[in-house]
Design a protein around this ligand. Structure first.
Ligand code: BEZ
Ligand code: FE
Length: 278
């Protein structure tokens, strides 16, 4: 039996899956893993080392740590899934990451999302529109970011819960504005098997500085995205391949026309695509 005959036999064994999408996914997975072993001449030792690595990834997972998602992130699979699912005319999506907390407080437009001592106060403002540029009122922006000490509130016992997080709702003109701090680069967790993989590959574990945003509105596809600081040193080699040119924004030093408490201003718009059937 040659390689192709084996692959065909395994494909036939899975061809009876009742769900057509499962059938399609299984067939593609089988073709790709068989091609991987054949192309690389995978040895038994390498095959077992790979399985032991995946076992260690699973053993590192608990209710707070999801090492499989981190593995997907550092291999660029999460970014690829985002790309495959991006909607035409909408803001580009990018990874959610492990530090999202549902249930952040709704805040008044213009409010600071955390403590002013956590970094230089930054005014982030813009408009939510549809893909044709028409204002979307009633859109929510669920925002979270890290502090100048590089940590999110969930990583830092010295930050109050929901520090540097907030939800804002646009008015009929689609406009929003809020205050945060200028984000800083930070290292993704490297104390598990994914960290071992990064070191073996000669890679660093730094993320380009960013603010996370989930933009949602009734009748539209929500988008999970980032605002990246144009001056950051890791834009070209973000550890999880999440940077898109369209998401890079200038953090402009505030001038005489800006509010007195603000040190940087960022202008950023978000576009949403209509939900299917809406
Ligand atoms: C984050 O941006 O919070 C993040 C994304 C992927 C992996 C680790 C952290
Ligand atoms: Fe982040």
């Amino acid at each position: 039996m040659n390689d192709d005959e084996l692959t065909e036999e395994v494909l036939r064994a899975h061809a009876g899956a009742a769900d057509p999408r499962l059938r399609e996914l299984l067939a593609a997975l089988i073709r790709h893993v068989h091609a991987f072993a054949a192309e690389t001449g995978l040895t038994h030792e390498e095959w077992m080392a790979g399985l032991e690595f995946l076992t260690a990834v699973g053993q590192k997972c608990d209710d707070k740590r999801q090492e499989f998602v981190l593995l997907s992130d550092v291999l660029g699979l999460s970014a690829q899934v985002d790309k495959v699912n991006a909607a035409d005319g909408a803001t580009e999506p990018t990874v959610l990451g492990p530090f999202y907390l549902p249930g952040a407080p709704h805040r008044a437009m213009g409010a600071h999302i955390g403590r002013t001592g956590d970094g230089p106060t930054t005014l982030i403002r813009g408009r939510v529109t549809d893909a044709a540029g028409q204002a979307v009122g009633g859109a929510t922006l669920d925002v979270w970011q890290n502090s100048a000490n590089m940590l999110y509130d969930v990583q830092d016992p010295d930050q109050p819960r929901f520090n540097l997080r907030g939800v804002f709702t646009t008015g009929p003109d689609g406009r929003f504005w809020f205050r945060g701090v200028r984000p800083v680069s930070y290292p993704i967790p490297a104390d598990g098997p994914v960290g071992d993989l990064l070191r073996a590959a000669g890679r660093h574990n730094w993320r380009a500085a960013h603010v996370h945003v989930i933009v949602a509105a009734p009748g539209y596809r929500s988008v999970t995205t980032h605002i990246f600081d144009a001056a950051n040193e890791y834009l070209a080699d973000d550890a999880v391949f999440a940077v898109r040119d369209s998401l890079i924004k200038e953090f402009r030093p505030a001038g005489p026309g800006d509010p007195a408490d603000v040190q940087f201003v960022v202008d950023v718009d978000f576009a949403l695509a209509r939900a299917e059937g809406a």
